[in-house]
Design a protein around this ligand. Structure first.
Ligand SMILES: NC(=O)C1=CN([C@@H]2O[C@H](COP(=O)(O)OP(=O)(O)OC[C@H]3O[C@@H](n4cnc5c(N)ncnc54)[C@H](OP(=O)(O)O)[C@@H]3O)[C@@H](O)[C@H]2O)C=CC1
Ligand SMILES: CC(=O)C(=O)O
Ligand SMILES: [Mg+2]
Length: 760
């Protein structure tokens, strides 16, 4: 399995964290707060009722507050990644990051808390006094040995899971990787000889867990910055390291590594040398897990031997051993049974489940998460990737079951199958869609024109598009100006292809083509020449038409209609198809498509029928079964009105066609279309379930409702995607973000197959 290596500039990392709003998380209410009654219920006097219930039984907090699905990520910043003690506030981006990962991967709400103290007692006091407000506490990046004292005291004093991620999260993932690496190399844990670089939070915990799983204590040599942790050593020792001290004459990491089967790096960048790697046993297992830079890079290891199984903590190499594979799912399982703690059995269950999942075949729908490659269990795939969508339904049931078996579950799960199904619902469908589109784009490597190549956001988007391996970007603009913008954006010179429309050798060809197309529409040759030379949308579309590029993204600096009419001057609508804009709206596990959001202002009945046909085909191509509702202010003729008539006409046109291969119905209100129980009122309706394609009666209704959903709910809106043009052109909205532009460029790259299946 090959892995593409994303990279980014420092400025991109800062922009990601600062735009459009500083930070990575925000909160959203789960209850309406619109009326006086809402206020009375949510706040005084209504709130008094749950207050009294909780006062009587403290566990009722799980029923009446967000406690049961809320984890705090708490740090004091004393060991931030492998960067060291940089203070509590500097740890905030990491802690916000962990919170976001809780939400993204396991649908757990999470808040970061940075405590301004390096004193263990002070830290314990602070967290103990506020701790049980959450369903669980994830301690993060707290230096050793304080982390051991802090965690064990808080575990004793709080009745909720307290889990130091750098210890146990890391241990669980590393153990899963080691189990599988041993399987592949034909080793047994009881025979494994292990050297560990790093005797801190992560190193000691990994050593503890593999010892628990069967590696012999005398076969684990721990090393810290002073060297081997041996019996009798007094320098820089503490009770936690002492628990792993062994009788040995070895004193340095190099000596510990010599002849070892397995080297675990949980220390710092560069701690392991090529000579050390060379001295290991045959088929060595080398996990260099320091972040952000490993103890030794995979390239360095491969330069001295080719028989190693290699893992790092990073996402840009195969075999990412990183605690992100663990903490979301371990807490998911623990919260779902309202666990009082996360114990050894729950950790072992998670490690074994992870190891098992990597050995299973990767089904089609999961291959997208692996950038289109289909990994099979082996040296470069010993552990699932963090984007494996099976993790959410596979891991937590094992953790929950272990909690139930060991008596720490307050609320055991009665039906595991139902629980598993409910977990799958928590997966983020927007992410799955984007991953699928990205995987295809990475595979096919299309040439995508970024028409407004001098714009800073466009330059950044093109660079990001290229760095993510999504295809080959081509910027249109004046070289000197584009290069200046690239320099300002920190994009290395020479990394992006630039084409100056005015100076292109292809202009005569493009001009001849366009003149032939427009000469009877009032255009003189010199008008066409000027368009090709000066209008970047026209030039870009000519590139597509001439086969010099595959797709285009534009619209950041000019309004939608201008970009659309420019494109239509050069490109036709596909024969027999309608040109439409379609937005994908994803909210609370439900996906609906809205059309036409951007092209035909006041569609007639026939237009609406064509919009439905085009939208249904596109939705089917994306893997959904289309169920179309023609929306109106009326439902089945009540009340009658002019726009409603057009909608009714559209339904009749489809009826007359006779061979429509999807369910459709209308006219109907949006709530009727989306409500599965509408058949009670309208038993004659042909929809067998809630609609997922909503054809709007006019563009204003489509545009307004989509933007309302995006602004006022937690919905994710992708698009509008422009469908039906003979070449893929996507038009961003004015002032679109870098992420929006990249998404649309990716959709353009993906859409080449849909428009021209022969190119696939
Ligand atoms: N991939 C993953 O999922 C995870 C990776 N990590 C990474 O592991 C590393 C350690 O984290 P953590 O345990 O939390 O930190 P700690 O501060 O608790 O421990 C660091 C340990 O590394 C030792 N060390 C430092 N430099 C060297 C060196 N050059 N050679 C040998 N040992 C050295 C320290 O020695 P001494 O005791 O003498 O000071 C200490 O024992 C970090 O890089 C972190 O990013 C951590 C958690 C998860
Ligand atoms: C991954 C992680 O938690 C760390 O490197 O600290
Ligand atoms: Mg950490």
């Amino acid at each position: 399995m090959t892995t593409k290596r994303p990279s980014f500039t420092d400025q991109e990392a800062l922009d990601f964290h600062s735009k459009p709003t500083p930070g990575k998380i925000s909160m959203a209410p789960t209850k309406p707060m619109g009326t006086q009654r809402d206020l009375s219920l949510a706040y005084s006097p209504g709130v008094a009722i749950p207050v009294l219930a909780i006062a009587e039984d403290i566990d009722k907090a799980y029923d009446y507050t967000s406690k049961g699905n809320m984890v705090a990520v708490i740090s004091n910043g004393t060991a931030i990644l492998g960067l060291g003690n940089l203070g509590h506030m500097a740890s905030k981006p990491v802690m916000e990051g962990k919170s976001v990962l809780f939400k993204r991967f396991a649908d757990i709400d999470s808040i970061d808390v940075e405590v301004n103290t390096t004193d263990a007692e002070d830290f314990i006091r602070t967290v103990r006094n506020i701790g049980d407000t959450w369903g669980g506490i994830n301690l993060e990046d707290i230096g050793s040995p304080d982390c051991f004292i802090i965690e064990s005291r808080l575990r004793e004093e709080l009745d909720i899971p307290v889990f130091h991620d750098d210890q146990h999260g890391t241990a669980i993932i590393a153990a899963a990787g080691i189990i599988n690496a041993c399987h592949i190399t034909g080793r047994e844990l009881k025979d494994l000889k292990v050297a560990v670089s790093g005797a801190g939070a992560a190193g000691l915990s990994v050593a503890g867990l593999i010892r628990h799983l069967g590696v012999k204590a005398e076969n684990i040599l721990m090393c810290d910055s002073t060297g081997v942790v041996y019996e009798g050593r007094t320098d820089k020792m503490d009770q936690f390291k002492s628990a792993f001290a062994v009788k040995t004459s070895k004193r340095t990491l190099a000596e510990a590594v010599e002849g070892a089967d397995c080297l675990l790096g949980l220390s710092a960048k560069g701690a392991v040398s090529k000579a050390m790697v060379k001295s290991m046993a045959k088929n060595p297992i080398i996990f260099a897990m320091a972040n952000p830079d490993p103890e030794i890079t995979p390239e360095e290891i491969k330069s001295v031997r080719d028989d190693a199984i290699i893992a790092t903590g990073r996402s840009d190499y195969p075999n990412q051993v990183n605690n992100v594979l663990g903490f979301p799912y371990i807490f998911r399982g623990a919260l779902d049974v309202r666990a009082r703690s996360i114990n050894e059995e729950m950790k072992v269950a998670a490690a074994r489940a992870l190891a098992e999942l990597a050995r299973e075949d990767v089904p089609d729908e999961v291959a997208a998460a692996y950038h289109g490659a289909r990994p099979s269990f082996g040296r470069d795939y010993i552990i699932p990737t963090p984007f494996d969508p099976r993790l959410i339904s596979f891991i937590p049931p094992f953790v929950a079951q272990a909690a139930m078996d060991t008596g720490v579950a307050r609320k055991p799960i009665a039906d595991m199958d139902t629980y598993r199904a409910s977990l799958a619902q928590r997966a983020d469908p927007a992410a799955a869609f984007i991953q699928g589109v990205q995987a295809r784009a990475r595979d096919v490597q299309r040439r995508i024109v970024f028409a407004e190549g001098e714009e800073p956001a466009v330059v950044r988007a093109a660079f990001s598009f290229k760095n993510q391996g999504l295809g080959h970007p081509i910027l249109i603009g004046r070289e000197a100006q584009v290069e200046r913008t690239m320099e300002q954006m920190g994009v290395p010179a020479g990394t992006l292809e630039i084409i100056n429309a005015r100076l292109s050798d292809n202009n005569p060809v493009y001009t001849d083509f366009l003149y032939a197309r427009l000469q009877r529409d009032g255009y003189l040759k010199r008008d066409v020449q000027r368009l090709v030379n000066q209008d970047r949308n026209i030039f870009g579309c000519c590139m597509l038409k001439n086969g010099d590029a595959d797709g285009m993204v534009t619209g950041v600096t000019r309004n939608y209609d201008v970009a659309l009419s420019d494109s239509r001057l050069v490109l036709d609508t596909l024969p027999g198809q309608a040109l439409i804009g379609m937005s994908m709206v994803i909210n609370r596990g439900r996906t609906v498509f809205i059309a036409d959001t951007s092209v035909t202002e006041l569609p007639q009945g026939e237009d609406l029928a064509n919009i439905a046909l085009e939208a249904a085909a596109a939705v089917r191509a994306m893997g959904f079964v289309p169920r179309v509702a023609f929306l109106s202010y009326s439902t089945f003729g009540n009340p009658m009105g002019e726009r409603g008539e057009k909608v009714r006409e559209a339904v009749c046109i489809l009826d007359e066609m006779g061979d429509v291969d999807f369910e459709y119905e209308g006219d109907m209100n949006a709530d009727i279309a989306l409500n599965p129980s509408h058949s009670l009122l309208y038993p004659f309706s042909r929809l067998k379930g809630p609609a997922n394609v909503l054809v709007m009666p006019a563009i204003h209704a489509a545009s307004i409702s989509t933007k309302l959903l995006e602004s006022m709910s937690r919905a994710t809106v992708i698009g509008p995607m422009l469908l039906g043009l003979e070449k893929p052109v996507q038009i961003a909205s004015l002032g679109a973000t870098v992420g929006d532009i990249v998404n649309l460029a990716t959709i353009a790259a993906y859409d080449v197959d849909r428009v021209h299946p022969d190119k696939a």
